[in-house]
Write a protein that binds this ligand. Structure first.
Ligand SMILES: Cc1cc2nc3c(=O)[nH]c(=O)nc-3n(C[C@H](O)[C@H](O)[C@H](O)COP(=O)(O)OP(=O)(O)OC[C@H]3O[C@@H](n4cnc5c(N)ncnc54)[C@H](O)[C@@H]3O)c2cc1C
Length: 289
C-alpha cells in the first residue's frame, strides 16, 4: 500500500487503496531475485521495456510474501531505456507472470512465498508507478518497512517471554515450579531486559519518525531493525530453553517464535547489511560495496 500511496497515479490510488484497506484486494511487494538479494540497490536483473502501448517485463524474482494469491504485485525492475529502477503493478493471472510456491520452509510458514518468472509479461502503460523514478525511492520504502520489522521483533520477543513465564510458573521439577530456580529467573530477567530495551528504542524511533513528518532515514531504521532482531533472537532462544524439550513442540507456541525469528533476522535487509548501513553513516566509509 505504501508503494502505491507514495508513488502511484491518482487513478491507481483511487482504485487500489480503498479496496486494500478493506482487505478486498491483497498486494505483494516484489524486489528480491534468486541471484540478487542484499545487492538489490545496484544489481537488479529483471527488466522492463517500453513496447508500443505496453511495458514488457522479463526476469526472475524470489520470496515476495503472499504473492501466490495477491491480486496485484508491485514489481521492481530496471527500465531498459533509462537504466533506472521503476515500479510496476502486475495483476495475478497476467500472461507471462508465472508462480511456483516455495515449500518446506522452517520459518514464517504462514506466509506464502514463491519463485516468480516474468516471461514477456505485458502490462498496460498505466500500470507503471509514475512517481517512482530510481532505486532511491525504493530505499525510502525500505526505511519505513524496516521499522515495521523492528516492531515485529518486539512483538515476537514479548510473546515468547509471556509463554515462557507462564510455563515456568506451572512446570514443576524437583518438587517445585521451575520459576523458583535462580537460573530460570536469570533467563526470564534477561528476556524482560531485552524486551524493555527494544521497546524503549522503538518508542524513540517512532517519536523521531513523527518529528520528521512521518519519514525515517535508512540508517535510523536499519539500526533499530538490526539491534531489535538480534535481541529478539536471543530472547526467543532463551524462551525455548526455559521450556526444555517442549520448547521444540509447536503446541507450546515458543517453537513458532523461535523459527520465525530466523526470517526476521534476515529479511528487510539482513542483520549484517543493516549494520553496514549504520557503519557507513557513522564513519562515512561504505564497507559493503
Ligand atoms: C520469509 C521471507 C519473506 C520475504 N519476503 C520478501 C518480500 O515480500 N519481498 C521481497 O522483495 N523480498 C522478500 N524476502 C527476501 C529478503 O528480503 C532477502 O532474503 C534478504 O534481503 C537477503 O537476501 P538473500 O536472501 O538473497 O541473501 P544474500 O544477499 O545472498 O546474503 C547472504 C549472506 O551474505 C551476507 N552479505 C551479503 N552481502 C554482504 C556484504 N557486502 N558484506 C557482508 N555480508 C554480506 C548477508 O548478510 C547474508 O548473511 C523475504 C525473505 C524471507 C526469508
Amino acid at each position: 500500500m505504501n508503494s502505491i500511496r507514495r508513488f502511484g497515479s491518482d487513478e491507481q490510488k483511487a482504485y487500489w487503496l480503498p479496496k486494500m484497506l478493506r482487505f478486498e484486494k491483497i498486494c505483494s511487494w516484489v524486489l528480491t531475485e534468486p541471484e540478487v538479494g542484499s545487492d538489490a540497490s545496484g544489481g537488479l536483473r529483471t527488466t522492463a521495456t517500453l513496447d508500443g502501448d505496453s511495458w514488457v517485463l522479463n526476469g526472475s524474482k524470489k520470496w515476495s510474501g503472499n504473492c501466490t494469491f495477491a491480486d496485484v504485485n508491485v514489481i521492481w525492475a530496471k527500465n531498459t531505456h533509462t537504466g533506472q529502477v521503476n515500479g510496476f503493478l502486475v495483476e495475478l493471472g497476467t500472461p507471462g507472470y508465472l508462480l511456483e510456491k516455495i515449500t518446506d520452509k522452517i520459518s514464517k510458514r504462514v506466509v506464502q512465498n514463491a519463485n516468480i518468472t516474468l516471461e514477456n509479461c505485458r502490462i498496460p502503460l498505466a500500470n507503471r508507478l509514475p512517481r517512482a523514478e530510481r532505486f532511491r525511492d525504493v530505499s525510502d520504502l525500505l526505511a519505513e518497512a524496516r521499522a515495521d520489522v523492528a516492531w515485529e521483533s518486539v512483538g515476537i520477543a514479548r510473546g515468547a517471554y509471556e509463554h515462557a513465564l507462564a510455563y515456568a510458573n506451572q512446570r514443576e521439577q524437583f518438587g517445585k515450579p521451575i520459576s523458583s530456580y535462580q537460573l530460570i529467573q536469570m533467563n526470564l530477567a534477561k528476556m524482560l531486559g531485552n524486551i524493555t530495551a527494544m521497546l524503549a528504542m522503538m518508542v524513540q524511533l517512532t517519536a523521531l519518525q513523527q518529528a520528521q513528518g512521518g519519514k525515517l532515514r535508512l540508517p535510523q531504521s536499519s539500526l533499530a531493525k538490526a539491534w531489535c532482531s538480534e535481541h529478539m533472537r536471543e530472547t526467543v532462544s532463551l524462551a525455548r530453553a526455559v521450556l526444555g524439550g517442549n520448547g521444540i513442540l509447536l503446541e507450546y507456541n515458543v517453537a513458532r517464535y523461535f523459527a520465525d525469528a530466523e526470517s526476521l533476522y534476515s529479511y528487510e535487509g539482513t542483520y549484517e547489511i543493516n549494520n553496514l548501513i549504520v557503519g557507513r553513516e557513522i564513519t562515512g566509509h561504505s564497507a559493503f560495496v
